[in-house]
Design a protein around this ligand. Structure first.
Ligand code: PEP
Ligand code: MG
Length: 574
């Protein structure tokens, strides 16, 4: 066996697949210089290093600007031009030079000068200029990062296919990654249902999350191998490990080829019960890929990404265009739009959100929307207008009480009346509710008569039922819908739906887990919505399920039935 400097990072298997690639370290926020001072006599060479770092940053910024211009994003390209101007600014150079001459390290100097300039700009009585303070900090960090030897640029600057190493990745970070440039993710924080994992799965990118502090020791690694199926990564893999990963990649490719034939079949159990297999989308742009994977509709369109990827709220017309594009792409197939669900781990530029001690138990989802009509109504109006062009449905997130459903439906009625009075055309839209709080599941019989369908959000339902933060990697063993408490709540929801004559889908990540599919179907779920790359396998699994074996239901939901929670804990500890 050849000698290597390999480091193994064990974490959560967040998104299937394997990859080996060069690393890109994403370190947002303030950087800490590794040295504050330099030795006397080295001033000249340290200044030369600074000039070289500026050159590299300018080259990278120029390349990013050019590729944005080439893809028609001139406005974004202008931001990079301003960044270049600051990087080459003579005042910045002079200040850094003065500090280096008094033996401050160039990395500490550029960060300090960047901070001084940013503070000056932020204090200006001009909103536009004040907003530029972050740009200045950003450029100073990029130069410092070059000097320190790590890349601090935003993920939009990712210019070669890489494995991204980060402490954590916010949904807005992942949304900015240029297509095809992320080979894999390895993060210190996060769990299977945190949004970075969901994004990774929908982008088909192998990911290992929640590896913990060991990540910091590997930030200098040149290459990393990721196994998102097994949940581990290897930093600086030796030749044997690289060959092993290449063999695994081949296996995955063969397996995917065998699933090809399921892309175009209808979701049906072995004994013929129709189960719709749909996709979870974060944008209309993903529709084409989802259809190619065999999506029979959209079970969850997360509208918040449209709000988060920009600095201002999208207008009604802008939203209408996006929703219309999505429903048109799917023709007669249903597209279920989930109204804005921010709060928790999702921030919203443009709406002031209070700092909350427990944001997951806070002002989020339908609670926020009902309080801010200026946010909610344009969205509902845009959805009603888009419904004229396809099969649009709408559902409300984070419902805990029937009164919220009644109030939200009232807003839908008001918007319909407004559009009618204005002579604006709109279509029929059926209204559903996400069941993702234990309260909604327990009171499903009260809510069901008010709506046309339920969609169970197992990600939140699990965290609220088991009181286990979905983003906390230490609680991974509790992050499963395969727990009697959760299965019982799903069973109760399905019973209530059956009594009211409405259907039930699952759009949380559990819908795409092969082991859970037979259980969900036996409980009465007739639609499973998941990250698009999981669809072919889901159709295959469903085709092997016997719907008639519903007697199994009692076994799944019986309170005394032991599920492998303790086994999972043991596995985690070994
Ligand atoms: C869920 O909670 O299961 C869900 C689908 O919503 P999100 O993951 O966006 O919170
Ligand atoms: Mg949710």
């Amino acid at each position: 066996m050849s000698e290597t400097r390999e480091t193994r990072l064990t974490g959560v298997a967040a998104s299937d697949g394997v990859a080996v690639g060069k690393t890109f370290v994403h370190t947002p926020g303030p950087l800490t210089p590794d040295r504050e001072t330099i030795e006397r006599g080295s001033e000249k060479s340290e200044l030369a290093r600074f000039d070289e770092a500026v050159k590299i940053v300018v080259r990278k910024l120029t390349e990013t600007g050019e590729s944005l211009t080439a893809s028609g994003n001139e406005k974004e390209a202008e931001i990079f031009e301003a960044h270049i101007e600051f990087a080459e600014d003579s005042e910045l150079r002079d200040e850094v030079e003065a500090r280096v001459k008094s033996l401050e390290s160039p990395e500490a100097a550029v960060l300090a000068v960047g901070e001084e300039f940013a503070a000056m700009i932020a204090a200006m009585d001009d909103e536009y200029m004040a907003a530029r303070a972050d740009d200045v900090r950003d450029v100073a960090s990029q130069i410092a990062a070059e000097l320190i030897g790590c890349e601090a640029a935003g993920l939009e600057a990712l210019d070669r296919p890489s494995v991204i190493l980060a402490k954590s990745l916010a949904p807005s970070d992942t949304a900015r990654i240029p297509k095809g440039k992320a080979l894999g993710f390895v993060t210190a924080e996060g769990s299977k249902t945190s949004h970075v994992s969901i994004m990774a799965r929908s982008m088909g990118i192998p990911a290992v999350v929640g590896v913990g502090e060991i990540l910091e020791e590997t930030l200098g690694a040149e290459t990393v191998a990721v196994d998102g199926t097994e949940g581990y990564a290897v930093a600086d893999p030796g030749p044997d490990t690289v060959s092993e990963f290449e063999a695994k990649a081949e296996e995955v490719a063969t397996e995917n080829a065998a699933l090809e034939e399921f892309k175009n079949v209808e979701g049906r159990t072995k004994d013929g019960t129709r189960i719709e297999i749909s996709a979870n989308l974060g944008s209309a742009k993903e529709a084409k890929d989802a259809i190619a994977y065999g999506a029979e509709g959209v079970g969850l369109f997360r509208t918040e990404f449209l709000f988060m990827e920009r600095d201002e709220l999208p207008t009604e017309d802008e939203q209408f265009e996006v929703y219309k594009e999505a429903v048109e792409a799917f023709g007669e197939k249903p597209v279920i739009f989930r109204t804005l669900d921010v709060g928790g781990d999702k921030d919203l530029p443009g709406v002031e959100q209070p700092v909350e001690e427990n944001p997951f138990l806070g002002w989020r989802g339908i609670r926020m929307c009902l309080d801010v009509p200026g946010l909610f109504k344009p969205q509902i109006r845009a959805l009603l207008r888009a419904a004229a062009f396809g099969n649009a449905k709408v559902m409300f997130p984070m419902v805990a009480d029937v009164s919220e459903v009644v109030a939200a439906k009232k807003v839908v009625d008001e918007c319909r009346a407004e559009l009618e009075a204005e002579g604006v055309s709109f279509g029929d839209i059926s209204v559903g509710v996400m069941v993702e709080t234990p309260a909604a599941a327990v009171c499903a019989h009260v809510i069901a008569p008010e709506v046309s369908f339920f969609s169970i959000g197992t990600n939140d339902l699990v965290q609220y039922t088991l009181a286990a933060d979905r983003g906390n990697e230490k609680l991974e063993h509790l992050q499963s819908a395969d727990h009697p408490s959760v299965l019982r709540l799903i069973g109760m929801t399905c019973e209530a739906a059956k009594d009211a004559g409405i259907w039930v889908g699952v759009c949380g990540e559990a819908a795409g887990e092969p082991d859970l599919m037979p259980k969900l179907i036996s409980l009465g779920v007739t639609e499973l919505s998941m990250s698009a790359p999981r669809i072919p396998r889901a159709k295959k699994v469903v085709s092997e399920v016997l719907y008639r074996s519903r007697f199994l239901t009692a076994q799944y939901t019986h309170a005394t039935h032991r599920l492998p929670t303790s086994d999972r804990r043991e596995r985690r500890e070994t």
